[in-house]
Design a binder for this molecule. Structure first.
Ligand SMILES: NC(=O)c1ccc[n+]([C@@H]2O[C@H](COP(=O)([O-])OP(=O)(O)OC[C@H]3O[C@@H](n4cnc5c(N)ncnc54)[C@H](OP(=O)(O)O)[C@@H]3O)[C@@H](O)[C@H]2O)c1
Length: 281
């Protein structure tokens, strides 16, 4: 199958290229300057010329805090971008796979979020991603929206690297302890997306590593697994931490639909994290 991966130079994009290559897809991975999703002509020209059968849209404006001060750019990339891609896929008959986020939810639910729970984003990033999802639902004939959470991977800036970098220079780290979710290894997510595409899955599907934690527990585990001592990790509330963007208190995504479609469950986040730490060397 000829598959276009948009955002292939990003953290998840790198792993998507590898995962789809493993399934023997013929990959197109144009750089941002060759295919800019904020420009409908750029998307339409590329898709009509190359005629991919499947388009995986992993590109996004992903700096959650910056989205608050750059609302226009967030919507141009995360909402208008998917609209342009959905229109081009509809015209060419390609299947569209869009990577979305747990941040479409407000975090007030007690249990895990299912695909059918009502969205209610509490920050600009989540609002822009939800707008992108909605354009896709409205315009696409054949789509798969995959919602993921708390990503880290070998090819991009991420929470694990932030913690390890900080641990080199400070003796105390303050980490938020009132937001819970599932840290997810980009490699595992990319493989899961490739599996879903191979099975012809459609609609909305949550994908995250299994078991959950808070950012504080995640940070503590990163240091433990790396054998780093002498850094005091302190739990703080979101209010004390004062990030520019609000985040949902509960980001936990139910894996039930993924399991019923594939018969699989992603491995526990601690196992995936240990694998990542080994792979980064
Ligand atoms: N990171 C997370 O925790 C997380 C969680 C849930 C869901 N997601 C979603 O997963 C997807 C991948 O995330 P990621 O962390 O891998 O992102 P990332 O590393 O920030 O990569 C984003 C990619 O998008 C490209 N891009 C940005 N603007 C573009 C445009 N106008 N046209 C074409 N390409 C553009 C970037 O290219 P340049 O660098 O060349 O500009 C880069 O390749 C995103 O859609 C994100 O919303 C992320």
């Amino acid at each position: 199958m000829k598959t276009l991966i948009i955002g292939a130079s990003g953290m998840l994009g790198h792993d998507l290229v590898r995962a789809f290559q493993e399934l023997r897809h013929d990959i197109l991975a144009p750089p941002h300057k060759e295919l800019d999703i904020t420009r409908s002509d750029s998307v339409r020209d590329y898709v009509s010329r190359e005629k991919p059968q499947c388009v995986v849209l992993s590109a996004g404006f992903t700096r959650v805090d910056d989205c608050e001060s750059q609302r226009e750019t967030a919507f141009a990339v995360n909402a208008e971008g998917p609209r342009h891609v959905a229109q081009a896929c509809r015209e060419s008959g390609a299947k569209l796979v869009y990577v979305s986020t747990d941040y479409v939810f407000n975090g007030q639910k007690t249990g895990p979020y299912t695909e059918d729970d009502p969205a209610g984003p509490i920050n600009v990033y989540g609002q822009s991603k939800l707008a992108g999802e909605n354009y896709i639902r409205e315009l696409s004939r054949d789509y798969l929206i995959v919602r993921a959470s708390w990503l880290y991977g070998l090819n991009g800036r991420n929470f694990v690297e932030t913690i390890l970098n900080k641990a080199r220079t400070v003796t105390e780290l303050r980490v938020v302890d009132d937001q819970k979710g599932a840290p997810t290894y980009a490699k595992d997510l990319a493989e899961a997306i490739a599996i879903l595409v191979a099975r012809g899955a459609g609609g909305t599907v949550n994908v995250a590593n299994s078991q959950t934690c808070t950012w504080f527990e995640f940070a503590r585990t990163i240091l433990q697994l790396q054998g780093i001592t002498g850094v005091d990790v302190r739990p703080v509330t979101s209010e004390e931490f004062k990030a520019p963007a609000r985040r949902p208190a509960n980001s936990i995504l139910s894996g039930d639909r993924y399991r019923s479609l594939t018969g699989k469950t992603l491995r526990p986040w601690k196992e995936a994290l240990a694998d990542y730490l080994r792979a980064r060397g």
